[in-house]
Design a protein around this ligand. Structure first.
Ligand SMILES: [Zn+2]
Ligand SMILES: [Zn+2]
Length: 111
């Protein structure tokens, strides 16, 4: 953001919440819309997690539970896996259950 008068880079005045030119003293409009910006940013983050696909899952979320003896890893046959649910795609679809093998780390989803 540059000063429209002299072209100097504007400096943010944190007390008055304005951008001010250190050279000629020009003050830009109030930046009180900062709150709105951060809100829309959070919204985008939420949408990203919703459209998450099984191929992009690398780590087990903190909500995952350890399941023993009920689910078998299709890769190594181990019967101790982490299980968690994620809402994929549309919100009206049922959440998809994901599994991660504690032995070989193989991650898959239940269809
Ligand atoms: Zn200036
Ligand atoms: Zn496995």
């Amino acid at each position: 953001m540059f000063c429209p008068r002299c072209g100097t880079l504007l400096v943010l005045d944190k007390v008055k919440k304005v951008y001010r030119c250190p050279k000629c003293g020009y003050e830009a409009a109030n930046i009180s819309n900062k709150v709105v910006m951060s809100k829309s940013f959070q919204h985008n983050n939420k949408e990203k997690t919703i459209v998450l696909d099984s191929s992009s899952i690398a780590s087990v979320p903190p909500t995952a539970t350890l399941v023993k003896g009920h689910v078998r890893c299709p890769r190594c046959g181990h019967e101790e896996v982490y299980a968690w649910q994620l809402q994929t795609r549309a919100a009206d679809e049922p959440p998809t259950t994901f599994y991660k093998c504690t032995k070989c780390g193989h991650t898959w989803r239940e269809y």
